[in-house]
Design a protein around this ligand. Structure first.
Ligand SMILES: *[C@@H]1O[C@H](CO)[C@@H](O)[C@H](O)[C@H]1NC(C)=O
Ligand SMILES: *[C@@H]1O[C@H](CO)[C@@H](O)[C@H](O)[C@H]1NC(C)=O
Length: 352
């Protein structure tokens, strides 16, 4: 056999293998697509409590949120927050939720001047308490780019607009309003619980959440679980899903700040050392970049989320099943942002 024919033979075999591979992939995709149960319901727990609001209560709820949005509790940085607005917010919730603040089963404490801790006493002291969290502050909102002024709480086409409607005054008001209305209906919980409302979540939580934690820790409080601000009902955000999707956040991606410092004797540009401090740092940074944390996408509760969504958008989900990667795994890439600060002796690098 000549060398040319031999190469042609190898090429043909390769093409055959490739086609075979593609065929298997397509077959698996179709199989997965048509055997995946549609609209699987995983949650089979007890029925949700019946919630009936009078129209007057509905108006109260709406007005409570609008009023909260109008107080500009803006956090710019840990050093710059609108303390006037935070104080005003404290007065506001006292006025709007009178039962919460006068109930004999609720103890209210102000923590670190602007944060709030409520202890709701349950009838059965042997049950471990749980805790509900929300935060009062919002990120700045310059009026440019907004259809309505960001602190107006204006209602348009059935929606209330404004900074904080989603993050996180809807939670603050939702939790307090629910408690207020339940108290009105004679609610007495069996299990105790706490409500923690922090005032500096957007800029660290060092003063609010952490001081609340310290207080609970000093009392030896152990919690059954904590429920914090979750995700939103997204409409048109998950590709291919036509209906709104209520996402339940079960975890949040964390971040780490590293301070890398290299100490090198100072030199002169006429006699550069073989290895400069910037070179050493660059190598360290590069090594960090090459060693990201492991990608655990697809092994947590997000798997059941995709299963739930599978009935809505089969192709994307089945693709994900096949390869355990999805369009969303793009989001998983670890993002490194760099800030360099160059000194005389030290080169300090921040990993944000
Ligand atoms: C801070 O909040 C108050 C209302 O409590 C408001 O009148 C004032 O304009 C706000 N300050 C800034 C800088 O936004
Ligand atoms: C980083 O570490 C150096 C050396 O220990 C220290 O001098 C510097 O203040 C630190 N920078 C920050 C922002 O913590």
């Amino acid at each position: 056999m000549s060398r040319a024919r031999c190469w042609r033979g190898a090429g043909g075999a390769f093409l055959g293998l490739l086609l075979c591979g593609v065929g298997i992939l397509v077959a698996a995709l179709l199989l997965r697509t048509f055997t995946l149960p549609s609209n699987r319901v995983i949650w089979q727990g007890p029925a949700v409590a019946e919630v009936v609001f009078t129209s007057e209560e509905r108006q109260l709820l709406k007005r409570a949120l609008v009023g909260a949005v109008r107080i500009p509790t803006v956090s710019v940085s840990e050093e710059e927050q609108n303390y006037t607005a935070l104080a005003e917010f404290g007065e506001y919730i006292r006025k709007v939720f009178p039962r919460v603040f006068s109930s004999s089963i609720i103890k209210h404490e102000v923590v670190a001047e602007f944060s709030h801790l409520f202890t709701v006493q349950g009838a059965d002291q042997s049950l471990k308490p749980y805790m509900i969290l929300a935060h009062l502050d919002v990120v700045p909102a310059p009026p440019e780019g907004w259809d309505v002024p960001p602190f107006s709480g204006e209602e348009r086409d059935g929606y209330i607009y404004g900074r904080g409607t989603l993050d996180d005054k809807s939670c603050v008001i939702g939790v307090l309003q629910a408690l207020e209305l339940m108290l009105k209906r004679g609610y007495k919980p069996k299990r105790s619980f706490y409500i923690g409302l922090g005032h500096d979540e957007e800029v660290s939580g060092h003063n609010g959440a952490m001081k609340i934690v310290e207080r609970l820790q000093s009392r030896g409080v152990k919690l059954l679980f904590v429920l914090d601000e979750g995700l939103a009902v997204l409409d048109g955000v998950i590709q291919g899903v036509k209906r709104p999707v209520a996402l339940i956040g079960t975890t949040e991606k964390g971040s780490i700040t590293l301070n890398l410092t290299v100490n090198q004797p100072p030199g002169h540009s006429s006699m550069p050392p073989e290895e400069t401090s910037i070179g050493i740092l660059s190598a360290a940074v590069s090594r960090l970049e090459r060693n990201p944390l492991p990608n655990m996408f697809g092994v947590g509760p997000e798997a059941s989320m995709f299963e739930q969504l599978a009935g809505e958008v089969r192709i994307m989900i089945t693709l994900w099943y096949l390869k355990r990667v999805s369009l969303m795994s793009l989001l998983e890439k670890n993002t490194l942002a760099w800030r360099w600060a160059l000194g005389h002796k030290n080169v300090v690098l921040f990993l944000l």
